[in-house]
Each structure stands twice: as structure tokens, then as C-alpha cells.
Ligand binder design. Sequence first.
Ligand code: C2E
Ligand code: MG
Ligand code: MG
Ligand code: MG
Length: 286
Amino acid sequence: LLFDAGGAPAKAADARGPSPSPVFMPAAADLEVALAQKNLFVVYQPKIHCSTGRVSGLEALVRWQHPDHGLVTPDRFIPLAEGAGLIDGITLAVLNDALPWFAKWSSDYEELGELTLSINISARSLGRPELIDTIVALCERSGVSPSKLIFELTETAAMDEPVAALTLLTRLRVHGFMLSLDDFGTGYSSMLQLVRLPFSELKIDRSFVASAATSQESRAVIRCITDLGRSLGMKTTAEGVEDSATHTYLQEIGCDLAQGYLFSRPLTPMLLANWMDKHLEKVGGN
Ligand code: C2E
Ligand code: MG
Ligand code: MG
Ligand code: MG
């Protein structure tokens, strides 16, 4: 049932319904029930070093398994959660799932080198400093060093509220967490804010990466962001890599990291462990 919980529509979950129903539009109350009944779960997508093909870390992506409507993807409930004041609850639910798994995988796959764990964080959490204390406590409890955690914030979120963003992001940095600017290229960063905010990674938006193989313009944008990241001392990650021609291009221009179906879809913990076993066999220990 939960075998392929990737970005594509869940065939297994959808096929269970009697007939193709109109798209489920959840209400805040549904989401509250889901949180209380633990119907949210987390899938993990490997992040790869472009040059070597070795895994560098994992991104946690939330899913909602609705008892009647099947799999609901985050695009359909994260904005709802933000509006209803439920987003911090989701962040904490994700961390509660991800930190113990990450601690286990870090030791099970020690030979692969130090791994990182990427967590998506909402702009709505930016105003709430208490959240950071809770996150720090969760890390301590699961024995995960904050330096292994990367918080991803979308470009739009970071740039809409640069003052709030600077305060929260600086606090996170002080605790040793790393920060990533997600979906880069789709928002409107001012170069000034980009330099001021303490990001250590730029994630090149999937829309450019998806069309890299066929569009020279997309390749130009990807190269430009990679150069910018390098000049500013940030790592660049291409998200949504689906073909090997794009992977080769990323290697050529010196993009640091890549994520996408070419390497793996987001996977449930069990399937991720299988993937890691095979990966270790393929690339060997360090
Ligand atoms: P994102 O953080 O930019 O995540 C990347 C999205 O691209 C994920 O969609 C992932 O499944 C999908 N993806 C990865 N590789 C490929 C590929 O090769 N091809 C294609 N077509 N898609 C690929 P997903 O999981 O549906 O998440 C969508 C967005 O929802 C995320 O974008 C993120 O902004 C948000 N999100 C996900 N989980 C969380 C969470 O726990 N908290 C918050 N605040 N937001 C989350
Ligand atoms: Mg992300
Ligand atoms: Mg993204
Ligand atoms: Mg996105």
C-alpha cells in the first residue's frame, strides 16, 4: 500500500476507492484528526554527491494516509496547515519520526560517511522562537547533532519576511543547524538578502532541472545558480533529476548534490533501508 509514496499520484491508494472521486479537499478539522490519529507519515529521499554518486543525506517529506481518500500529498495540506496554525505540529511530527530513523541509519550505514537530514520548515514557524528549543531538545533526546540537520525554507518564504527570517535563521545557525534555500529560482531573492541570510545550500528548483535535457535556457539558469552558490560559499543541490543526461551536465558544471527519481523516489523507512543496503553494495564503504 505504501510502497510508492513518491511525488507521483499514489496508484495503490487511489485504486482502492470504488470510483475515481473528485480531488479530496481537506478541511483543517480533517488535518487535526490526522495529527491526533497519527495518519501522517514520512518518506525519505536520498541526496547524492553529483561527482561520486554516493549518498550524502536524506530529505524527509511528509505524507497523509487518509482512511477514506487515500494518499494526500503535502501540496494539498501544507498550505492548509499553515493557515490553520497546525504547521508546527506537523514539523514536530516529522522530526519525531525522522530523528530516531536518522540516528539508526547513521550508525547502520556508518561506512557511507556522515549523512545529513533535511527537514522542510514553513515560513509560518519563523515567528516562533519556542519551536527552536523544542527542536534542540528532540535532537538531544535522539542523539542527533544539530550540525547534521538541514532546515529547508522556500525562497518565497525567506524573502517575504526577511527580518523575521533573519532572526529565526540566525538562531538556528547559532545552535549549529544548517540552512537551505529551497525552490531557488522561482522566487525573487534580492542579492542583498541572499548574502545576509545565513544559508549554506541553494536548492535549484525542479522546474529548471526537469527541462535541463531539452532546454538550453534551463541549463543556463542551472549553471548560473551553481556559479553563484560557489562564489558565495554555498553548496548547490539540483532537485528533480530524472535523466542521466542531466546528471552528466550537473557533473560538468560542478553542481555539488542532486536529488531525483533517477536515484530514488522518496521511500518509506523499510524501502529506504533496502535502497541503502544496495547502495552500500554498489559504492562500497569509505
Ligand atoms: P520540496 O521540499 O521542494 O520537495 C521536493 C518535491 O519534489 C517533493 O514533492 C518530492 O517528492 C518531489 N520530487 C523529488 N524528486 C523528483 C523527481 O525526480 N521528479 C519529480 N517530478 N518530483 C520529484 P512532495 O514530497 O510532494 O513535496 C512537495 C512540497 O511540499 C515540498 O517541496 C515541500 O515544500 C513541502 N513539504 C513536504 N514535506 C514537508 C514538511 O514536512 N513540512 C513542510 N513545511 N513542507 C513540506
Ligand atoms: Mg525541500
Ligand atoms: Mg524544492
Ligand atoms: Mg517545492
